[in-house]
Each structure stands twice: as C-alpha cells, then as structure tokens.
Design a protein around this ligand. Structure first.
Ligand code: NDP
Ligand code: 8X3
Length: 252
C-alpha cells in the first residue's frame, strides 16, 4: 500500500514535475504552495491518475502548517513521503549591496519553512515507519561558493546538514532522508531570483543545456520508490555542461 506524498512548492518547477511523476506511479498527492489556482489546475490535470489534495500553504507560517497537517482528511492523513521542495533565491548581487529583507525571506522559506513542515510531518512519517521518506531539495550551491549566492547557498548547506542530522535522530524508525542536490535547472527559479526580469533570467540558461524540471522529478520518483532498506544520503545531479571552476584570485 502507498501512503500519501506531500510536496511543498508544487505550483511550479521541480514540485509540479514531481507531482506529475509521482502521480504516474500512483501515489496519492498533497500539493502545497501559495498560488491556489495553480494547485487546483494541477490537481484537475492529475485527478485521472490518482487522488490529489490541493493545499494552499505558506511554509513560513508555522501555525498554519501545523494546523493543515494535523487536519488532513483521509486518504491523505497517512503521509509516507515528504518532498521539501519549496524554496527560492533572491537578490543575486553581492551581500553588501542587497536588501536585508530579501536575505530574511530566503532564511524564512528555505530554512525555517522547511523545518516547520518537517517538524509537523515527522510524527506521521514515524508512524508509517519502514519505507517512509523525506526528500529535501538542496543544491550544488550548498558546497560550491560563488558570487551572489550568500544566504541562498548557506541555506542549502543547512538543508544538507539538517538532512544528515535527521538521519541520526531517525535511526531505528525506518524513516529515510535524502538531500537531493541539483545543479543548474531551467524553471521559474531564475525569474524569481531576478525579480521578474525575464531577460536576466533567460541569460542564465542561454547557450547551455540545463537540467529540466522533469530530470529532477525523475530522481524524486526514483528515491521515493527505493526498497525500504536503502537510503541515499545525498544525490547531486548536474547537467554534463556544468563542472567546478578554479578559485578566483584577486590581483593588483
Ligand atoms: P520554482 O520557482 O519554479 O518553484 C519554487 C516553488 O517554491 C514554487 O512552487 C513556489 O510556490 C514555492 N514557494 C516559494 N516560497 C514559498 C512559500 N513561502 N511557501 C510555500 N511555497 C513556496 O523553482 P524550482 O522548481 O527550481 O525550485 C524548487 C527548489 O529547488 C527550491 O528549493 C530551489 O532552491 C531548488 N533548486 C533549484 C535549482 C534550479 O536551478 N532551478 C537547482 C537546485 C535547487 P508559490 O510561489 O506558489 O508559493
Ligand atoms: C540553484 C542552482 O547554481 O543557481 O540551486 O545555485 S545555482
């Protein structure tokens, strides 16, 4: 029997693609995000494949998150898989030049929001036991510093270490935890990061072959369906065209 999958950030990008992938695998889906119309449209699209609950939720609101999780109706109350995907980058300039409020929004969403949802869902995952899974969407930015990554990359380093630390606490419960860390992927991510400037967003992907949302969703589907005795601690996935650069040396 498959329990429900709760996906945060299902209105776009990896989250929406993961919903489509997991629906094809027959998982009941709880689709979360702030834009209810998009959630409703996706739920309508997938309703022939599986049962879907659209759930308008801002992950930054701990009280609303707790209430929504505690009040889930059947058949969605038994959660087997949590996909902590909601997140964003803002303010691509240097840390010393950007608005403090943008830095706070990244911390509130990528760190506090992810912790809010995890803490609310953990009792259900532990109750499910063997075969339950948390998939946290991290990033190559967690361990790969670059200009303008400041709080974004640091928030993904938190996601990586939190994932590892959770594994220690969940030892013996059967609940698995994976930090799924993609590299450059074409979604609405760059449009959000560049405050709606589509020219700047398009430039990020120009002349290269980035990952697609479906590429990342396929990894989510793979991890969710692993045999219950296996745990992938971290899965870093990048396009062939993406590799590391040298240290930047400042010279006089
Ligand atoms: P998108 O911008 O396409 O999707 C982001 C999703 O996050 C949206 O569904 C959005 O929904 C949701 N979201 C943002 N803020 C909140 C909030 N406060 N509460 C609830 N949901 C929220 O980007 P991606 O699909 O690319 O990003 C998904 C994840 O992947 C993020 O964590 C991102 O950091 C990570 N990532 C992205 C990479 C890339 O190159 N694209 C690479 C590596 C990691 P809504 O606005 O409706 O609330
Ligand atoms: C998003 C990928 O390269 O913009 O996490 O940091 S990158």
């Amino acid at each position: 029997m498959q329990g429900a999958v709760l996906i945060t950030g299902a209105t776009s990008g990896f989250g929406a693609a993961s919903a489509r992938c997991l629906a094809r695998q027959g998982w009941p889906l709880i689709l979360c995000g702030r834009r209810l119309e998009r959630l409703q449209a996706l739920a309508d699209e997938l309703s022939e494949l599986t049962s879907v609950l659209p759930l308008q939720l801002d992950v930054r609101d701990a009280i609303a998150v707790r209430r929504a999780i505690d009040e889930l109706p059947d058949p969605f109350s038994g959660i087997q898989v949590l996909v902590n995907n909601a997140g964003l980058a803002l303010a691509p300039g240097p840390a010393q030049a950007v608005e403090l409020s943008d830095l706070h929004t990244m911390i509130d969403t990528n760190i506090t929001g992810l912790v809010n949802v995890t803490h609310a869902v953990l009792p259900k995952l532990i109750a499910w036991g063997s075969g339950a899974t948390i998939i946290n969407i991290g990033s190559t930015a967690a361990g790969n510093p670059y200009p303008g990554s400041h709080v974004y990359g640091a928030s993904k380093a938190f996601v990586q270490q939190f994932s590892y630390n959770l594994r220690c606490d969940l030892q013996g419960t059967g609940v698995r935890v994976t930090d799924l860390a993609p590299g450059i992927a074409e979604t609405e991510f760059s449009l959000v990061r560049n405050a709606g400037d589509s020219g700047a967003a398009d430039k990020v992907y120009q002349g290269t072959v980035p990952l697609t949302a479906d590429d990342v969703a396929a990894q989510v589907g793979y991890i969710a369906a692993l045999p219950a005795h296996m745990n992938i601690n971290r899965l870093e996935v990048v396009p062939v065209r993406q590799a590391w650069g040298p240290y930047a040396i400042h010279r006089d």
